[in-house]
Design a protein around this ligand. Sequence first.
Ligand code: PMP
Length: 295
Amino acid sequence: MAPQIYISGELYDKENAKISVFDHGLLYGDGVFEGIRSYGGKVFRLERHLDRLWESAKAIWLEIPLTKDEMAEAIYNTLAVNGVKDGYIRVVVTRGEGTLGLDPNRCANPEVIIIADRIALYPKEYYENGLEIITVSVMRNHPAALSPRIKSLNYLNNILAKIEGLQAGCIEALMLNHKGEVSECTGDNIFIVRRGALLTPPNEAGILEGITRDAVMELARKAGIEVRETPLTKHDVYVAEECFLTGSAAEVVPVIKVDARTIGGGKPGPVTRDLMARFHELTKSADSSNCTNHR
Ligand code: PMP
C-alpha cells in the first residue's frame, strides 16, 4: 500500500497528497512544524512536541484548527494506518491557501499535514566513532529578528549553514549567534563535558529548545551529573573533554572533531556513551511517551 499522508482530516496516497501552490507555507515559509520519533508504537514526548508546536504557532499568530488531543489522535492514526511503529513523524501546519501578497489574513484555512515515515538512521559508525563538525560562517538567526525558538517552515538559516558544512565534508555544522557564542547545529543541540559537568547553551543563546536536549539533561541530572545551561564559546568546545549533539532524528551522537581540533581523546567519551545508553533505555520505557490518552 502506498504511504498514507494526512492532510487536514483526510488520508491520501503519497502521489495524491498535495496542497495548493498558493499556500503561504510554500510561498513564504509561513507555517510551523515538528519532527517527532515513535518507538515501539509510542510517540516520544508527544505532549512536549505538541506544546512546542502550539507555542511556535502562537508566536506567528497561527491558529491550529485542531485541539491537541485531536492532533495526537490524528498522529496515532496516521502511524497505525501506515503500520509504522519505530519511525519519524513530521507534523506541518501551514498558513494555508491565500493570495500572492504577504497578508496572512487572506489565507482562509491553515493546512495540517502529518507524514509517518520510517527513519533513515545515521550510519552506525557515527555513533560508534563520533562525528566531525565545523563552525560555519552563517550566523544563527538573531533572536530579535526571528526567534530560533519558533520551529517555523523557514529553515533557510539552517540550510545555508548545512550547505557550508557539507561543502567542508561535515554532515552537521555548528552555528554561532550574533554575539559569537555557540548556539546549536543546523538540526541538533550541542553539549560539552567539562571537568565532569555537562554544559549546553541556554535559550538566550538563540537555540531551539530541543526535546531530546531536555530529555538528556533530565537523564544526566538523575545520573548525578552536574548540568549547566551556560553561554559557551568556540574555545570552550575546543578544550572540552567530550562533545555530543542531540535531536529527534539524531538522538545522541558523539562529536570527536570540531574545526579540525580533536575533542578529548578523539573517541566518544564515557559521559557521552553513558548518556547514549540511558537515552536508548528511555526510548524503550513507558516514560518516553508522556501521553496517557493515546498509549
Ligand atoms: N535545533 C534545531 C535547529 C532543530 O531543527 C532541531 C530539531 N531537528 C533541534 C535543535 C533538536 O530538537 P529536538 O530534540 O526537539 O528534535
